[in-house]
Design a protein around this ligand. Structure first.
Ligand code: HEC
Length: 141
């Protein structure tokens, strides 16, 4: 997978109750990354994986801040016009409790899609938070 972006949320900034209390590192499969660099679009078959890690500490050799702790789970989006013909944007959403696939999918529902559809900048993906994607997007001629 290729790295595509990262965000983080903390308890401090969300009244102790963040909806997503983790660091998020986001990856895209290499074929779709190459397609993005050529077209600026997410191709049919795109897989995007979000890795979640807890906030481990607030200080490091570089100073005070928020630094990753332990793995917290995985969320994924898959765009497939055949398998997910009836889903918005042909995206399916999957949430996993941990890296152990045996623990299975915890959630893959319309609530995921609804928030992404309403708020994400492009094709249900939050490209507004991924400078790596934006920098690689070809300019329209
Ligand atoms: C309340 C709004 C909301 C809901 C509900 C939501 N997400 Fe997201 N999701 C976001 C935001 C905002 C980002 C980008 C920043 C971040 O990582 O938090 C994101 C990022 C992602 C990404 C990385 C690609 C991208 O679009 O940026 C994946 C994969 C993802 N979410 C999967 C899921 C799954 C699976 C569910 C349901 C279990 C879900 N999301 C529910 C708001 C939401």
């Amino acid at each position: 997978m290729d790295f595509c972006g990262s965000t983080r949320y903390t308890k401090d900034m969300n009244d102790g109750k963040p909806a997503f209390p983790e660091f998020h590192n986001v990856y895209i499969d290499p074929t779709s990354w190459n397609h993005w660099k050529k077209t600026g679009e997410f191709r049919d078959g795109t897989v995007i994986v979000k890795e979640l890690t807890s906030v481990g500490s607030k200080e490091a050799a570089s100073g005070n801040g928020y630094f990753p702790g332990e793995f917290n789970g995985i969320a994924a989006m898959v765009k497939d016009s055949k398998r997910f013909a009836d889903k918005p944007g042909n995206w399916a959403f999957f949430g996993f409790e941990s890296y152990d696939a045996k623990q299975g999918i915890i959630q893959a529902d319309d609530a995921c899609a609804a928030c992404h559809k309403a708020n994400a900048a492009q094709d249900m993906v939050f490209t507004q938070y991924y400078p790596v994607l934006r920098a690689a997007k070809p300019s329209k001629k």
